[in-house]
Design a protein around this ligand. Sequence first.
Ligand code: HPA
Length: 254
Amino acid sequence: MTTTPDTAIILGTGLGKLADEITDTICIPYKEIPNFPISTVEGHCGQLIFGKLGAKDIMAMEGRFHYYEGYSMQEVTFPIRVMYELGIKTLFVSNAAGGTNPGFEIGDLMIITDQINALPENPLRGKNFPTGPRFVDMHEAYDQQLIRQAKTIAAEKGIKVQEGVYLATQGPTYETPAEYKMFRTWGADAVGMSTVPEVIVANHCGIKCFGISVITDLGVEGKIVEVSHEEVQKAADAVQPLMAEIMREMINRA
Ligand code: HPA
């Protein structure tokens, strides 16, 4: 490998196509990496990509691991440990989420300002790894400077962005109306099934985090309709170019 990236990106929902823009690639299928779990979700292919996005050396995860697939929290976050060992300093993530903020619309992009762990477990439970302290500070789980920069980039490009708190549940069910309502009262603006474990471990490793959610459905009273994975995917695909534009520029400046 000729590159030594300090920037990693998890190509979650809404960012999959960014993989096609990476040049000078070296791809390593997860199944060839010792101890790496293998992605089971349709549409996620499962490999690490090393290469260049624009002029920047990056490492990308194509396909991520979810707790609902049956992996342990340690397995879900194992790739972050690998990133740390490879010298990654900044992590960019994307996901799809249901909006609980009544001001949100389907297709909105939400810069994640903070998170709530509503999964049944914390990935740092158990023996502490020497990458960080036993009790991890989480007062700035998402880097404030990166958030400011994203807002500037969005304004420069005329892309509408929302900001808010992302809450992760274990899934795989979408929420009942009562659950959306409860999460809203807890302070969540959007609800999804990923990201939070990875960001916890990244914080433990001293890796700066930045994330964007695509709002693919609404968990807002009066606006709740049936949700399907296909519709979530369709809503995310529609806004993918805008998400990619922000991320591409963020990574360029990282
Ligand atoms: N809830 C949980 N996860 C999701 C949702 C949702 O409404 N939309 C997309 N991912």
